[in-house]
Design a protein around this ligand. Sequence first.
Ligand code: MN
Length: 306
Amino acid sequence: MSDTVEVLTARDVPLGGPRAMPVRRTLPQRARTLIGAWCFVDHYGPDDVARTGGMDVAPHPHTGLQTVSWLFTGEIEHRDSMGNHAMVRPGELNLMTGGHGIAHSEVSTPDTTVLHGVQLWVALPDRDRHTARDFQHYAPGPVHLDGAEVRVFLGTLAGATSPVRTFTPLLGAELLLAPRATVTLDVDGGFEHGVLVDQGAVTLSGTPLARAELGYVAPGDTTLTLTNETDAQARLILLGGPPFGEEIVMWWNFIGRTHQDIAEARQEWQDASARFGAVEGYPGDRLPAPALPHATITPRKNPTRH
Ligand code: MN
């Protein structure tokens, strides 16, 4: 059905923290809020940690969402208010469910010289957005195709299925494309998809995508064809899911449905409520929430295709 790919370009955003590592954000943006339940796509690096200071995000809360950490290079130390102390390493999924409330810190380790990866969020559907906090880890083995290597961290692709539990159907995979290779992947026609280019230059179903761009494909396509246009390996992140169908309110680290949801979560974080719990072992203070805007926070629009 749909042959056209919508190209979403990144904007540079300083990540929270005193040294503010820069990230490239492709979701959300004016043209698009969601791809399936994927609602946040930050892409960073390769970052010379000696120059930028790397990642140092003090304890902060989340509600109504899951966070997906996926690294290409480097290592991040994760601590959360469930007592999890985990190392995020390349090729290993760390999926944290905020649900009703969680707090965590993320710090690149002293041994990390280059930091390179993505930080993604998944919106929880209304029926599950107050679920219990949770943390899952999964290291998918590679699937070898002609011209590509695929690691499926969420959902099903190329005959591989991730065992990790999500609240809506999702696809999340890393793809390595050999130089000049073309691969055609069978995908769920009920899903919309996004392809983020980490490294190289590709065409997605005929549309060129440069590094750090996110190509969006509407539901209706049952195959995606990707071509690496370069003489070096290309690396991509493929995301997908059925259209989310709910309007969400996103502010700071919270997802709700109304301004009131956000205002309550913010106040409870400021009050150090048990809703979020405490992060042990981070050497420093927790992040204070910014001031709420004076205007009512309204749902983000997710326009259908133009
Ligand atoms: Mn976070």
